[in-house]
Write a protein that binds this ligand. Structure first.
Ligand SMILES: Nc1nc2c(ncn2[C@@H]2O[C@H](COP(=O)(O)OP(=O)(O)OP(=O)(O)O)[C@@H](O)[C@H]2O)c(=O)[nH]1
Ligand SMILES: [Mg+2]
Length: 368
């Protein structure tokens, strides 16, 4: 039986996890079984836990992007097929990754044609950085090489999905439709809000199309791509939070996030995405995010709980040295916890700069 494979791309913090969570609920409401595959450069993913906490079947490909771990992607999908028999697989690639048509979509279509039916490749547009990048304003807070990745992601898209429409004025929406239309001519552009669901009927309709999609092979310079990716500091850390008295998990996460965002701003590092998840032992959870230096810290999924113990996962992607990022995260978490008499014991921590992408397959031209 073939399974529908829906991968949704987009820059760090563009709204992929929120979008896939909504798509999962929509497909489930149509009676379809859904499985999710997440991906990251390191282990301990906020996103995997976010999907799991929403009751979804999730497998993850940690340690490198889908393109460099293509066989792991196929085998994780196979695990989902064995255990949950999904009709639809939703896949979230790393937000700093591009060239996915040549390295993931074409190989899947060509080598596994009997197994997967690959949906059109939609890429989410992140307005906070995207507006500045498309207008060539100081590379949107990033270096020109990181901005290069952002543009390449849009260039290979079958459709560009402008997200966060709920926050954009009609003038801003028209401006973005115009900018994307000029810079990526011929690519359909939709406006959606992953938070409110606005525009998702048109979006799912687009994803259900069949035909000559996933064929835009990029002309891409891997040196620039690798250097752009390596400018980002990456940190995944986990900590156990304990206290003698119940503490307000949501307000603690909010203060940690706010303080981390301030520290990154003071250090001059553009935030691509800071995300935290706090979970108690009964499965209640809260997720908090900051997606740029100009965007406020936000608890996207509050828990409304006051546990005595909880697990915290921090995933930070910021344009600063990863060692500095790790030290600052540890300092901020410890200090904010101490203010409310919570003890934070770090369990695991990985900080890195993403390595040069070495894809398992790379198709020079579209085969299927
Ligand atoms: N206002 C608003 N916020 C959104 C929307 N979509 C996502 N967000 C918020 O943006 C933040 C990042 O969303 P995610 O879904 O985690 O983004 P992502 O692309 O998965 O991020 P990475 O996996 O780190 O690359 C969260 O705080 C979301 O709540 C939207 O349509 N409107
Ligand atoms: Mg995500």
């Amino acid at each position: 039986m073939t399974v529908r494979f829906v991968m949704v791309g987009g820059f760090l913090g563009a709204g992929k996890t929120t979008t896939l969570g909504r798509l999962a609920r929509m497909y489930a409401a149509q009676g379809k079984r859904v499985g999710v595959v997440t991906n990251d450069q390191a282990h301990d993913l906020v996103d995997t836990n976010t999907f799991r906490s929403q009751g979804l079947a999730v497998e993850e490909v940690p340690g490198a992007c889908f393109c460099c771990r293509f066989d792991d992607l196929v085998s994780r999908v196979g695990s989902l097929q064995d255990s949950d028999r999904p009709d639809v697989i939703l896949a979230e690639p790393v937000g700093s990754c591009t060239d996915l048509v040549a390295t993931v979509i074409q190989p899947l279509k060509d080598l596994y044609s009997g197994r997967f039916e690959v949906a059109p490749y939609a890429v989410l547009f992140k307005p906070s950085h995207g507006t500045r990048i498309l207008k060539n304003q100081q590379a949107g807070g990033f270096s020109p090489k990181a901005a290069y990745i952002f543009k390449k992601q849009l260039e290979e898209a079958d459709a560009i999905i402008i997200n966060r429409a709920d926050e954009l004025t009609p003038e801003q929406q028209s401006e973005l439709v115009k900018l994307t239309g000029e810079q990526f001519p011929g690519t359909p552009v939709l406006k959606v809000s992953a938070t409110t669901g606005e525009g998702f009927e048109a979006f799912t309709e687009l994803l259900s199309q069949t035909g000559g999609f996933g064929r835009k092979i990029l002309d891409i310079d891997y040196d620039t791509y690798a250097e752009g990716e390596a400018e980002l500091g990456w940190l995944n850390a986990t900590a156990r939070l304990t206290s003698e008295k119940p503490f307000d998990l949501d307000s603690l996460l909010t203060s940690i996030l706010g303080e981390l965002a301030t520290v990154c701003r003071l250090l001059g590092g553009e935030v691509a995405h800071l995300k935290l998840i706090g979970m108690d032992d009964a499965g209640a959870f809260a997720v908090g995010n900051v997606v740029s230096n100009d965007t406020a810290a936000k608890l996207s999924l509050p828990s409304n709980i006051t546990p005595r113990e909880a697990d915290l996962i921090v995933n930070a992607r910021v344009a600063i040295d990863p060692g500095v990022l790790e030290a600052e995260v540890r300092k901020v978490v410890a200090a904010e916890c101490a203010k409310v008499k919570v003890n934070a014991e770090f369990r695991t921590s990985q900080s890195l700069r993403p390595g040069r992408p070495v894809p398992t397959h790379r198709y020079k031209e579209a085969k299927t």
